[in-house]
Design a protein around this ligand. Structure first.
Ligand code: 8YV
Length: 315
């Protein structure tokens, strides 16, 4: 039987590339010198798109593939996929939730501890001779027993909360509606009130038109000069200009960030700041999780072309 033609938007590790090419006729969009010409040539035969969370599939790409049936995302975030265009053209979309949830929560909590306890600077202090020359490392700030806010209580936010319970933290969350399985945590609807009640504010909600800049100047001011913002969602959920201004003036105490506008090119203002922890969008970046993401990406494509339901459908 002829293998379905798949447009591969971005690179995958070899352990994903080989089985993908065994199962499908793969056309590597990301390697094309002239992507528009490549799409014009290949688009008419494409039945599926294999993409990544941060790359997605925009309307132009979807409409360049008139036979397109399914978009499979390697990642949980589908904000870079034009879901409206997909619906208009009766294109299914899948992602890779669950397999990455706990890794993302682990990194978010690790970022909070690393920044609050000054671990990056402490490693340098121990390594560069400062400990010998200057003595004890400067005192840092406690985490356990403090107030944690979770903005967005989906899979990842819920796993963050479970971890923070282990630190004896006072947990409050904000979500569109209260969650039945989070009755043991306090619920507030307003992100500003959530920030006001938090020492550490985790941003864990899915990015979309409704959540864009939900962490605005008012939320940042409410978190305040003693507060820390942790973002493991998408940069678009935060007004990055307001964030930078608050960090530069001390109106926000600190920020631990795994995502940035324009990544991988960061706003150079971040590089001048000492009250930030900068991470290269690797919350799901473990060998085990990325292998599971790749398998699920392929399993969704294979299920679709076998006429079976998608394993993890978005639409
Ligand atoms: C991955 C992500 O870094 O899940 C997502 O949406 O952003 C991350 O888990 C990305 O999708 C891998 O390319």
């Amino acid at each position: 039987m002829t293998k379905p033609d798949i447009l591969q938007v971005g690179p995958y590790p070899n352990w994903d590339q080989e089985p993908l090419e065994q199962a499908f006729n793969v056309h590597r969009y990301f390697e094309a010198p002239d992507k528009a010409a490549f799409l014009a040539k290949i688009g008419p035969v494409i039945r599926g798109i294999a993409t990544r969370g941060e790359l997605g599939a925009n309307r132009a790409m979807i409409e360049a593939c008139p036979k397109l049936e399914v978009v499979s995302v390697y990642g949980v975030g589908t904000d870079a996929v034009d879901l409206i265009a997909a619906r208009e053209h009766d294109v299914r979309v899948s992602n890779t939730p669950d397999v990455l949830t706990k890794d993302c929560a682990d990194l978010g909590v690790a970022m909070m501890i690393c920044l609050s306890r000054g671990m990056i600077g402490a490693e340098k202090w121990a390594r560069d001779g400062s400990w010998i020359e200057k003595g004890g490392y400067p005192l840092q700030r406690r985490v356990w027993g403090k107030r944690a806010g979770i903005l967005g209580l989906g899979r990842i936010g819920f796993e963050v909360g479970k971890r923070l319970e282990g630190f004896g933290m006072d947990i409050t969350y904000s979500s569109r509606t209260p969650k039945k399985d989070a009755a043991h945590w306090r619920y507030v609807a307003d992100p500003v009130e959530l920030a006001r009640e938090s020492d550490f504010l985790f941003v864990t909600l899915a990015a979309n038109a409704q959540t864009r800049h939900i962490v605005n100047g008012g939320v940042i001011a409410a978190l305040g000069s003693e507060g820390m913002l942790i973002n493991i969602s998408r940069a678009a959920n935060i007004d990055e200009e307001a964030l930078l201004a608050a960090l530069e003036t001390g109106k926000l105490g600190a920020a631990a960030l795994d995502v940035f506008e324009g990544e991988p090119r960061l706003n150079p203002r971040f590089l001048q700041l000492q009250n930030v922890l900068l991470q290269p969008h690797h919350a799901s970046g473990t060998l085990e999780t990325r292998k599971a993401m790749g398998q699920l990406l392929r399993d969704n494509l294979s299920a679709h072309f076998a006429g079976k339901p998608l394993l993890t459908p978005v639409i």
